[in-house]
Each structure stands twice: as C-alpha cells, then as structure tokens.
Ligand binder design. Structure first.
Ligand SMILES: Cc1cc2nc3c(=O)[nH]c(=O)nc-3n(C[C@H](O)[C@H](O)[C@H](O)COP(=O)(O)OP(=O)(O)OC[C@H]3O[C@@H](n4cnc5c(N)ncnc54)[C@H](O)[C@@H]3O)c2cc1C
Length: 376
C-alpha cells in the first residue's frame, strides 16, 4: 500500500524510458542534453540490462562486403546507404559522448574471411567502393591476401581476406558502464527490477504500470514515454513487426602468440570473431538453426556452440590448443526490413526497437532520434 508521500512525490516524471540497453540509456542521455531540468526515469526489468547491449561482440561496424552485397540485393540502394550513414552517425556520437579511451575504442583492423562460397564477391569490390566513396570519402574495401598466412588462418577454407578501412572495436562492458555513469551524472534515475507490464496513453500523460515484489502494482506517470525493449517489445505490443534472434558467443583462454588483432567477419556477418586481451571472442551461427534461435530464451544451443568450436579449431586457430572459458547468449530483434523501428505508437508513446545486429553502431543515433520525438 502506497503512502500519501510516495503518491505525492515519487511517481511523477516528465519522461519514462522502458529498457536500459544502449538505446534506452542513449535516449535518456540525449533527453537530458536537450532538457537538463527534465525528470527522466529509466525502468529496467532486470538487475543488469538483459537483452543484447551487454552481450554483444563490440564491433563498431558499418558492414562487411558480403553483408552489404546482400543488402544491395534485398533493399533499395538509398536505404542501404541511409543505414550505413546511421551507423556512422551513431558511432561518432557514441565516441564523442564516451571518449575512445574510456571504452577501449580501437582500430586494429577489420577483415572479412572469404571462403569458396563467397569468392564471387571479390569481383564486386571496386563497384561497392565506388558506391560508398561519396559517403565515406575513401576506399572501404581492400584485398589483403598477404595477411592470411600472417594471421595463421586455414587456407583450405580462407581463399581471400578483405580489409574494411572504416571499422573499429570497443569494450562492450566499459561502453555500458560509461553510459550508465553519464546518465546518472546528468540526473537520470535508473530503477532496476522493474518489469513494465502495461502502459496507457491517457492523452494528458502516460500511465506505466510495474508490479512490486509484494504483488501490488505501482503506476508511474509521465508526460511521454519511450519503449526501448528491442527483442522483448512484443511482450508489451504484440502487433509489432519484429521477432527475436538469439546470438551464441564463446570466448577462449589467453592464447600465447595469437597472430592477429582486430575484428573479423565471415558468411555475410553470420559469424564474427575478434581478439580481446589475448583471447578470441567468437560468435554467430544463427543461420544454422533459425527456428530454434528465434527465441527470447537465453539458453545455450549446444549444436551451434559445437559448430563455433569446430570453426574455431579448423579455420581460425588451426594447430592451436585452446580452452573455452566463457559462453553466453544475447537476444537481438529483427523484422521484415533491416531498418530499426523508430516511430510514434501514440501521441505520447515513442518506439525505438528492432536494432538487428547493429545496435552498438546505431544505438546512440536512435536514442538521439527518440529524444527528438519525445520533445517535439
Ligand atoms: C551476441 C551478439 C553480438 C552482437 N554484436 C554486435 C556488434 O558487434 N556490433 C553491433 O553494432 N551490434 C551487435 N549486436 C547487436 C546489439 O547488441 C543490439 O542491437 C543492441 O544492443 C540493442 O540495444 P537495445 O537497447 O535496443 O536492446 P537491449 O540491449 O536488448 O535492451 C533492452 C532492455 O529492455 C529490458 N526490458 C525488456 N522488457 C522490459 C520490460 N517489460 N520492462 C522493463 N525493461 C524491459 C531488457 O532487460 C533490456 O535490458 C550484437 C548482439 C548480440 C546478441
């Protein structure tokens, strides 16, 4: 039972953001940049942010050659370029906001491993570079086959190596730590353990309902709210065009003499790996079992984890004996199109969901857009 004091003073906000992933935190920070005096509350269902933002690979990426070729085949050229520009804008804002050192942002090289099945893409390097040059100001992709031996990859599989000259990498944990710190320093309130069960646009404001541990319900009020729950958005709004996509990740022990640094893509971005503190982080393989991986459950998929291990041993680290020290999953959100879903749901409720596998790159730009909608 709430007291008079609680009802009077602890439930009213100007803006409420549901979800404390990169998008929710970025939206809250952007809101405070626009309106420093606004009372902004972020509601997070778990103790930590629990979706994709603390589970990802930390690639600050604009897309590999085969990923972009696939996009050009499936989407109008303008939409592909818009998305690429959004990734660039998002990364610029993220780097300005946090600072490279604080989130260990580095550009140690970004590459795509080309197997027999992707060799056809090599003939497209020049034409894709020509399309991207006006936007990037230089050559995006260069063939660097001389590095295949240097990096120690299995040449039976790796037929070519393409360098992407516009990508970097960051430490995902430090990035989110910094976003939380920045949000708090600007006066954003973050409440964890608050699963939003329901919200209603009352036209004069929005009521946001959260159950308490004791079985009661607390109704927060805000002028406007943003829903930044990405893959979990259909639990609140079942009609949305989005579905979950689980991503499997593993990490090795420190490998003495590891021959490569930087970030690496394979198979249109379905696999990715990177060096991290002398270890290898390897993830992907969702395409091996789309059906099972279309889920919001964080369980490991043993078959995909095994495939990741096989690729690690056979292609990436042949001849090395490695141990797997960590395994985890994260949940992304995908829809019929690759664009994020950023729009008004009602006059006072804004959606910012469906980040695909690009949320690190676009998340800050999406947050900025959400804050513009909220303050319009
Ligand atoms: C394995 C993996 C690797 C990836 N690698 C990269 C990469 O290298 N580069 C890149 O750009 N992107 C990558 N991504 C994608 C990127 O991580 C996501 O696009 C991004 O984190 C989405 O951020 P978000 O804030 O929209 O969602 P989330 O991070 O999922 O945040 C949503 C939050 O909402 C909370 N929530 C849900 N329901 C409720 C509710 N009812 N009430 C309150 N809170 C709720 C959740 O607990 C969660 O914390 C990867 C993703 C995965 C899973």
């Amino acid at each position: 039972m709430l007291s008079y004091w609680e009802k009077q003073s602890l439930l009213q906000y100007d803006y409420i953001i549901v979800g404390s992933g990169i998008v929710g935190l970025s939206a809250a920070i952007s809101l405070k940049d626009r309106l420093p005096a606004a009372r902004v509350l972020v509601l997070e269902r778990d103790i930590l942010p629990t979706g994709a933002s603390t589970k990802n690979a930390g690639f600050a990426c604009i897309g590999s050659l085969t990923e972009l070729l696939s996009d050009f085949n499936n989407m109008p050229r303008e939409e592909v370029l818009d998305l690429l520009q959004m990734r660039r804008n998002g990364l610029q804002l993220l780097r300005r906001r946090i600072g490279d050192e604080a989130m260990q942002y580095r550009e140690d090289g970004s590459y795509e491993l080309i197997g027999i099945e992707e060799e056809h893409a090599l003939s497209q390097i020049d034409s894709v570079n020509n399309i991207l040059r006006p936007l990037l100001g230089g050559e995006a992709f260069t063939l660097v086959n001389d590095k295949i031996d240097k990096f120690g990859f299995n040449k039976t599989y790796v037929k070519a190596l393409i360098s992407n000259n516009y990508e970097g990498e960051l430490h995902t944990g430090k990035m989110i730590r910094c976003l939380i710190d920045i949000a708090i320093s600007k006066g954003v309130e973050i409440k964890t353990g608050c699963t939003v069960k329901h919200f209603e646009d009352l036209h004069t404001g929005v009521r946001v309902t959260v159950p308490t541990a004791g079985g009661e319900e607390i109704a927060f009020m805000a002028r406007r709210i943003a829903v930044c729950t990405n893959a979990f958005a259909r639990q609140l709004l079942p009609e949305l065009d989005l579905g979950p996509g689980r991503g499997q990740v593993l990490m090795t022990n420190v490998i003495p003499g590891l021959a490569f640094k930087g970030v690496f893509h394979m198979d249109e971005g379905y696999y990715y790996f990177r060096e991290l503190d002398g270890r290898v982080l390897f993830g992907g393989g969702r395409n091996l079992d789309f059906e099972k991986e279309t889920t919001t459950s964080f369980d490991l998929n043993p078959e995909i984890q095994q495939q990741l291990e096989n690729r690690l041993h056979n292609i990436i680290l042949p001849g090395h004996s490695v141990m797997i020290t960590d395994r985890w999953t994260g949940i992304m959100a995908f829809g019929k199109t690759r664009q994020p879903l950023i729009r008004y749901h009602t006059h006072n409720i804004v959606l910012g969901v469906r980040m695909g596998g690009m949320g690190v790159a676009i998340g800050s730009a999406v947050g900025e857009q959400i804050s513009a909608f909220l303050t319009e």
